[in-house]
Design a protein around this ligand. Sequence first.
Ligand code: SF4
Length: 342
Amino acid sequence: MSVLPAEAMPAEVLVRVEGLSKHFGVKTGSGQALLRAVDDVSFDIRKGETFGLVGESGSGKSTVARLMLRAYRLTAGRVLFRLSDGTVADISALDDRAMRPIRREMQMIFQDPYSSLNPRMTLRDLIGEPMSVHGATRAEIDARVAELLACVGLRPEYAGRYPHAFSGGQRQRIGIARALALSPALIAADEAVSALDVSVAAQNINLLQDLQEQFDLTYLFITHDLGMVEHISNRIAVMYLGRIVELGETEEIFARPMHPYTEALLGAVPQPDPRKRRSGRRQVLKGEVPSAVNPPSGCAFHPRCPYATERCAAELPALREVGGRQVRCHFAEELALQGVEA
Ligand code: SF4
């Protein structure tokens, strides 16, 4: 593993993703083609924050998380992670064996608590498994499992039961307890509460926020649901067809989106409080996300963008600094001027 000095990235940064790309070879009717699932994605996640990665299905957001946690090999780019001893590790090219000690510090919570928990394992074994892999004794595991069940609002005496005895919301909590077992610094939650009904999802979000404070956790929250991300994220990156199109403080992006795609996504979020309703332009997102095998020329959003010009179809806009955030649109300044006011 390549260990870099602590100063390799700013002290407040826990993870740095630089130029991350993932291309898959796929078969098409006419032979082989390249699917650019993620293309040149860069961002920092700061210690203690919740960073939201949002976009429609097919935007590449889940692939970014899997690359970051090294579940996939990178096609290009670099992932830097600050270890608990303060040093910075370049984990871009590590194999499974070399990643094992680092995986203690970065965990994932999955969307589907039904399929991610082995139905033949008790809660004790499910939650204790990551600890036994890292050499904990039976007594240590029992004590920690009881403690973790209590942390996620489940009774410690449930340790001998199987996942099928629990509701969807409770199974999600079991997944959270399992993720916490090795005291990670970072938890990536991939559509973690999307399968739950609204009130159960809200309870689990509150739980995640409490745990963040209690254990000094940093979250990467991956979701298509902007309504939810508004309440929990400090900053968000909006992805479209494998690329970031807007990145900044959540509050500012919700008050005044600068990218037409963000604007359209926000237009679809119901706002029950009339005092907070967004005025100004209102765009409806039309059509489907195009195929990443054969993406549109220039700005990939141009076939769906109401502001597109000839330049948009010809020239890929750069992700650039506009008004304190990053935006990938040729006309970000002009569109912001006519903007959506909070
Ligand atoms: Fe729309 Fe053009 Fe901006 Fe792309 S570059 S988002 S097509 S205005």
